[in-house]
Design a protein around this ligand. Structure first.
Ligand code: ATP
Length: 272
């Protein structure tokens, strides 16, 4: 039996804790377009939470609300029990929220290692200027950051490409480097926007394994948007289903899969 206040232990032995983030009655409008209509749900400590829905359902908009990039037109976002106001990107990172993007956003000319290092910028105390010139404590600090980054490189099994410019890598590996860069920020919540998009079966299997390992090893809470239903059903603890900006389902994968409104949305059944 799930205790909704204290959390629960999953079938595979992972601990899902209390509510980490709560989205209350979120509405998001772009001029005349309402991308999200009065949606509420929560994200629990340590869980893998998926957001699914047909094209244009509002998933990316919701991820942008969670990340703080969009401020909802109505409703409120609560993080660790406090209501969150408008924030600058560095403040989001400092809160412990990191993300990957639908279209890879890496520096092609830079090595894998240097790309991953950029994920630690918000954690660096001595600043980029002194880092660049190795002044005073900067070199010692840089060493500590590099150590952390090397651990992530080992964890994601990309040691052999650490010096390779990202632009030369195949797609699946670029996605893994993007994951590494997000992890370098040591996030509490990791947001993944279609982490498997464009991947072949083998790359998808690898990415699935790494997402599960990240969650298990670091206890990172993960929120992901994904179109591959097999992946969503295998990975997620709970799934929010959106359609035309509304929430039409919310629960464990097996419950959502048998929800008639969800089946209709995916089959394209006409709305009233
Ligand atoms: N910046 C924007 N300005 C205007 N309309 C927007 C903007 N972003 C999203 N929309 C609209 O909001 C609705 C939801 O879009 P959103 O991209 O969030 O859906 P989605 O579920 O992520 O779609 P997909 O699966 O195709 O990526 C769509 O009608 C879209 O056209």
């Amino acid at each position: 039996m799930k205790d909704m206040n204290e959390g629960w232990v999953t079938a595979d032995g992972r601990k899902i804790g209390g509510v980490l983030m709560e989205l209350r009655n979120i509405t998001l409008k772009f001029g005349g377009v309402t991308a999200i209509k009065d949606i509420s749900f929560d994200i629990r400590d340590g869980e893998i939470r998926a957001i699914i829905g047909p094209n244009g359902a509002g998933k990316s908009s919701m991820l942008n609300v969670i990340s703080g990039f969009y401020v909802p037109t109505e409703g409120s976002v609560w993080f660790k029990g406090y209501q969150r106001g408008p924030m600058k990107p560095y403040q989001v990172a400092q809160l412990g929220i990191a993300r990957t993007f639908q279209n890879i956003a890496l520096f092609d000319g830079m090595s894998v290692l240097d790309n991953i290092m950029t994920g630690r910028l918000t954690l660096m105390k001595s600043g980029l200027f002194s880092q660049a010139f190795w002044w005073g404590g900067a070199s010692r600090e840089e060493e500590a950051h590099r150590e952390k980054v090397e651990k992530i490189i080992d964890f994601l099994e990309i040691q052999n490409i650490r010096k390779t410019p990202v632009g030369r890598l195949p797609y699946g590996l670029k996605k893994r480097v993007e994951l590494a860069r997000a992890l370098a920020a040591e996030p509490k919540i990791l947001l993944l926007d279609e982490p498997m998009a464009g991947m072949n079966v083998e790359e998808k299997e690898d990415m699935c394994r790494f997402i599960l390992d990240v969650n298990d090893e670091f206890g990172t809470t993960i929120v992901l948007i994904e179109h591959d239903m097999g992946v969503v059903m295998d990975l997620s603890d709970r799934v929010v289903v959106m359609d035309y900006g509304k929430k039409i389902g919310d629960g464990p994968p097996e419950e959502v899969r048998s929800n008639q409104a969800v089946i209709d949305a995916y089959l394209g059944v006409a709305h009233d």
